[in-house]
Design a protein around this ligand. Sequence first.
Ligand code: AMP
Length: 469
Amino acid sequence: MTPSSFSALGLSTPLLQAVKDQGYTHPTPIQLQTIPAVLAGKDVMAAAQTGTGKTAAFALPLLQRLTGSKAGTNHIRALILTPTRELAIQVAESFAAYGRHLPLKSGVVYGGVKINPQMMQLRGGLDVLVATPGRLLDLFSQNAVQFSQVETLILDEADRMLDLGFSDDLGKIMALLPKKRQSLLFSATFSDEIKRLTGQLLHQPVRIEVSPPNSAATGVKQWVYEIDSAKKAALLSHLLRNRAEGQVLVFTRTKKGADRLVGQLKREQISAAAIHGDKSQTERTRTLADFKAARIRVLIATDIAARGIDIHDLPRVINFDLPKVAEDYIHRIGRTGRAGAEGEAISLVSADEVPLLTAIETLLRRLLPRETVAGFVPKHNVPLTTLQKAKPKKPKKPKKTTVPAQPQAEPPPNRHRKPRWTGNKEEDTPKTRGKQGRGRGAVAGPKGAGPKGAAPRPNRTTPKKKNRG
Ligand code: AMP
């Protein structure tokens, strides 16, 4: 037993067996720190991006703590809230895998699918419920779920939850939970708003940070191809044919853009499918399963839909468009290089995207190496970028992420507030939940490496000349 083994962390035999079944040999850094704290019943605030093994970090000790008693009818004992349906499914699958040798029941509820089977599932009580906030409130309003036995609350990807406009729903849910409970909060980034939320939710939390926030997985090589926007689709096909082997996850900013690319790639006999907020949950789940089983080579996703996608050994992520919100870049490239694996994150950048590139590079605290591809050299110069100085932060007024004083028995029907997240035109947010039901449905010290066989242009911190070619 080495000091960094799972057994040294105090996990029980059924959990150690499940970890072994998964093929995990050593705990990841987040697991090393989080598991003992959770087992000791402490509140935890963890800065951990997806891909670090954070799910097992909270699921394993939680399952251990829950072992020994049972949930009453319609009751739940642990609640895990996630921002997206995909992440909810992913987390629930992890609980099922880690808890397979334990007599505990876990389930998952999210919007966009029929509510009745979820009500049935809750009837017998569940030890662990993974949920998206809107659907959980719907179930509560129909008396399908009771919260008085909740011992532990986990907010997974809390930053994303706030970005997507779930802060009101979170406040309502908090007000319904017993005050005496263990609370854990995981977030890739720590904005002032998240810090405020932790102040309200957590009691003397253990603070855990496994890699500096706003950074990217160290095993991921990142670089940019300069390209005219009208030539991006042709460059993508070229890369898929000649440079990018294996499966690729491509990000577009819009749903239409994703669909257009699928059509184009299919015409070129490249198997591709899209996953975004206009697809039904059934389609999204099927497409993801097809991609995971390698029946599809290229998965094209918008930011929201991609959240929660966990694909083993994904070698490459291509940003067809840069995200409008710089933090999304970190989340996107967190899809590759997961759990210590190597990966490549390629961004196709046109002249009009330079401000977005600057914001991303400033967040990463480094300039990304640039390349051009023969035959695709842009006519419109992509100006060189410089890192911006961090703006001094204005003190903000506290926002109402507060826990309402009176528990509300029913979620108010008013769903017209605007999600504060304005980056993408994806629509799976509280604002647009009505369509398919409610609920909806990444890491530092980056390397400056470029593609194999290509010599990346050196980074420059000051533009040498405004116009090249
Ligand atoms: P997460 O950050 O929870 O999304 O996990 C990212 C990936 O790492 C998942 O595919 C997990 O199955 C995998 N993983 C989690 N813990 C370990 C571990 N200790 N060793 C190897 N892989 C792991």
